[in-house]
Design a protein around this ligand. Sequence first.
Ligand SMILES: Cc1ncc(COP(=O)(O)O)c(C=O)c1O
Length: 401
Amino acid sequence: MHDATFSRVRQGLTGKIKEPKVTVRTKMGEIAQEMDDVIAMGPGDPDLPTPQHIIDAAKNALDAGATHYTAPPGDPRLRAAVARRIKQAQRVDYDPASEIIITTGAEEAIYMALVSLVDAGDEVLVPEYRFTTYDWGAELSLGSVVEYPTVYPGDEYRLDANEIAARLTDRSKILVIASPDNPTGGVASRADIAAVAELAEARDLIVITDEIYHPFVFDGAEHHSILHLPDMRDRTLLVDGFSKAYAMTGWRVGYLAGPADFMRSIIEVKHALSICAPAVSQAAALAAVEGPQDCVAEHLAIYDDRRHTLTAALADMGLSFVHPAGAFYVWVNVSSTGMTAEEFVYRLLLDTGVLISPGTIFGHGGEEYMRMSLLVPKERIEAAVERMEAVIARYRAGVGR
Ligand SMILES: Cc1ncc(COP(=O)(O)O)c(C=O)c1O
């Protein structure tokens, strides 16, 4: 007889799946649901609607019969459009027929890449603060992640090849980089990207470059893709998508690009995971890439305005943060409040109804940080800031702790 505490199925759960913890995030979500007038500055889902011409194209596509599977690597017209998009953003040529697979969100592209590359015992280098899907891809494949720092004293962001080099072992196989970066908003400089490329070459690393935030860089900063550097194309996979650029998170469409021989080998992986990305979403993505691009510039300007509002207010409150040069987040250091991030965001939610993600959900470190997203209207950011200002002095004085 099996232990009646758990179902037979539950007993079969592989050790690769870590025990679900009641995390602060879950608890806070439950509390927020019961509260009125919560200002949610946690999630990475744009509040702006998908532009109308993209929605119209999807409606038309449904009427025209986009209700079937497409080829597993995606609609050839979308792959061709993505090749043009990559040429423009990353300045590299990819063959649409053999080097691009359309995925069910960039999320699936990350998972496909890692599950196809990681063997038991392999090490995957990841930023200390990160989008933790990388961990799932590595660990479900029985590999492990090794963190390299990207935030330095004074809350300076840097992608530093020396830090990565210092953590390499004979099991290091894959290096994940993300610029513009979630959650820090950091953008790697051309020189730093070049040094990382040199390291990857010298130590024979495979690079996964997640560039999903590439349209969003501020203050004249430039997006530099490692793919543009000599000899990188052969050892690099590009992860990108439409969720962020065109406010299309719910459509679930992204892409993976890489050398033809590798991409050919993993088409069956794509088939096994989801056969193809949703046909209607592929039609929407095609309209996004081929249609007018003013919407991206408009969204960028809106995020930039919100960024100015929030960072000025944080500075006034004496909260330090990483200068957000890209993406749409602010990585805020809460140590001056004398609380951990989890304590701070929990208390802030209860006292003020402002919901923010603690840094601990972006990797094992992160106790000193919280991620605020710029994905609520400016008036709501101003209201959130007012609510924070009303309590922060009390928190710093230790009142109520
Ligand atoms: C760095 C990064 N990569 C990938 C993704 C996944 O995006 P998608 O919605 O295309 O699956 C996200 C989503 O937040 C992200 O922040």
